[in-house]
Design a protein around this ligand. Structure first.
Ligand SMILES: CC(C)(COP(=O)(O)OP(=O)(O)OC[C@H]1O[C@@H](n2cnc3c(N)ncnc32)[C@H](O)[C@@H]1OP(=O)(O)O)[C@@H](O)C(=O)NCCC(=O)NCCS
Length: 166
């Protein structure tokens, strides 16, 4: 059986996963989140933190916080060895289902304008770019693209995007 044909399991992330999350995070990002940042997000009862597992091994994680009525994807990463196999898509599908993303829920995120792969992924899920946050990324001063997925963006419009600074 090939790796890609092994079923993927998506479930809530737990504190016990964190050593694996930290190791994956270091493989995925030049400026990875610290353990304390993951602990803080996991401690929020209103958030959704997900793990993707294949053969019992962590291959991806997703962290989403809730701010009032808006869901904010804070982090999504897939192990470099497991990319382009639908892992991030499975995490996003599961998140959208859990937060009611097809029943009116509004979801936002920031992404580096240079991250073409992630932007392509988000656009496939109905996210649209709605603006920029200037010099958002502290490591290199890069702007962030702010993307939203709302009932309007799923219809190619942006007229229901909240005017909020998250
Ligand atoms: C971005 C990331 C999460 C994508 O994870 P993934 O599991 O490989 O994504 P998927 O396999 O679900 O991709 C679904 C689709 O998104 C698009 N996509 C994903 N990665 C892409 C890439 N590197 N280049 C171009 N398109 C890409 C493709 O259309 C892809 O479909 P295809 O493989 O059939 O062409 C992963 O590359 C990653 O962890 N990157 C480092 C961390 C990061 O940048 N996170 C996002 C921060 S905002």
């Amino acid at each position: 059986m090939t790796a890609t044909s092994t079923p993927l399991k998506i479930r809530r992330l737990t504190y016990a996963d964190l050593p694996h999350v930290i190791a994956l995070e270091r493989r995925a990002f030049p400026t990875p989140w610290s353990l304390a940042m993951f602990v803080l997000e996991l401690s929020k009862a209103s958030g959704v933190c997900l793990a993707a597992l294949r053969d019992g091994e962590l291959v991806g994680h997703l962290i989403c916080s809730r701010y009032d009525t808006v869901w904010h994807i804070m982090n999504i990463a897939v192990d470099p060895a497991a990319r382009r196999q639908g892992v991030a898509s499975a995490l996003l599908r599961d998140l959208i289902e859990r937060v009611g993303g097809n029943d009116g829920a509004q979801i936002t995120l920031e992404v580096r304008p240079s991250n073409d792969g992630a932007i392509a992924l988000y656009e496939q899920f109905g996210f649209l770019s709605a603006g920029r946050r200037r010099r958002y990324y502290q490591d290199n001063g890069e702007d962030a693209l702010v993307m939203w997925r709302t009932p309007a963006t799923l219809d190619g419009r942006m007229d229901d995007i909240p005017n909020v600074a998250l």
